[in-house]
Design a protein around this ligand. Structure first.
Ligand SMILES: [Zn+2]
Length: 326
């Protein structure tokens, strides 16, 4: 199959985060030919961060031996809700003071090339669909538990954007009425039950109540456990971590089934650091939990897979939206 990143000339891609800015240059064959990154820095004033973004692209282009002004386009995956019409970031929780920042046009002015902007989760979903676990699937959903739960809904090969570009906020569907408080202020949302943060918090609470886990010996404060620590504890059969992982899988299954009843997808792609560390056994666990739910027509054949692009999903998706500019 042709490389979905292939196209005329070179394009740039940026993954903008609260702590780092990563950029890459993609060549005509669709290969990443150079990369560059730098810290986002402590000074989050938009003009400072956008200058830095332009610098990182120039650095990557230099690395690739490409004149940055000849790039066919640059794509950005950025945090927070996006105003697609104006190419602006409405707000970004991890970029202090960002409010209606016209990032698309500001970066385009600095680099002298066209720029495409979309939400970081959205571009990662686009990437998994074109070059990862969703490849070949027409209708599927993404659920990515991390600090929150990122998500996306793809129907007939198109990422659903919704009326105000806010579709796919699957972390905020209600799973347990009156359940634990969510970061958004609501209660019992998927994010408050199955995010990596929620899973770790649940373990920490049980430890406080006297339950034992190998994590306490390994990392001291359970809240500081990394995905790899959790994977090891799970693989070694640690009882508390196994309960926590099963519980997370169950809530993800309930969430997936609820969404499935609305859109009848063929596949759920799970991603994020913890899920990727746990790998296939976790996908099978979620699939098993889906099967345990009362069989509905929409969930009977629902498959569960793990995302394949990992940390590169953001850069790959940003390159894809840049390719669409041409
Ligand atoms: Zn919420």
């Amino acid at each position: 199959m042709a490389n979905p990143l292939a196209g005329d000339g070179y394009v740039g891609a940026i993954d903008l985060g609260g702590t780092k800015i990563a950029a890459a240059i993609v060549g005509p064959g669709g290969q990443i030919v150079a990369r560059a990154k730098r810290s986002t820095g402590k000074d989050h004033r938009p003009e400072v961060v956008i200058d830095r973004m332009a610098d990182v692209v120039r650095k990557a282009a230099q690395e690739a031996g490409v004149d940055p002004t000849t790039l066919r386009g640059v794509g950005i995956g950025a945090p927070g809700p996006i105003d697609a019409e104006h190419g602006a970031i409405r707000t970004a929780p991890n970029l202090k003071g960002w409010q209606d920042v016209p990032l698309r046009d500001e970066l385009s002015r600095r680099l002298g090339v066209p720029v495409a902007l979309d939400n970081d989760v959205r571009v990662a979903v686009i990437a998994e669909g074109a070059a990862g676990a969703g490849r070949g699937a027409l209708s599927w959903i993404a659920l990515w538990p991390g600090t929150g739960v990122g998500g996306g809904v793809v129907i007939d090969g198109k990422v659903v954007t919704g009326t105000t570009n806010s579709a796919g906020e699957l972390g905020h569907i209600t799973i347990k009425a009156g359940g634990p408080k969510c970061g958004c202020g609501g209660r019992g949302h998927l994010e408050a039950l199955a995010s990596r943060t929620a899973i770790v918090k649940w373990i920490a609470k049980r430890v406080e109540e006297g339950d034992k886990t190998v994590l306490t010996k390994k990392v001291g404060n359970v809240m500081e456990a990394r995905s790899e620590d959790l994977r090891e504890a799970f693989a070694s059969g640690d009882k508390l971590v196994t309960r926590a992982v099963r519980r997370g899988a169950r809530f993800l299954a309930i969430g997936a089934a609820s969404i499935a009843n609305a859109v009848n997808p063929e596949l759920v792609v799970l991603g994020g650091g913890l899920v990727e560390a746990l790998g296939e056994p976790f996908a099978r666990l979620v699939e098993k939990e889906v099967r345990k739910l009362p069989l509905a027509a929409a969930t009977g054949h629902l498959k569960v897979a793990i995302s394949q692009l990992g940390d590169d999903a953001g850069i790959t998706g940003a390159a894809l939206i840049a390719r669409r500019l041409g």
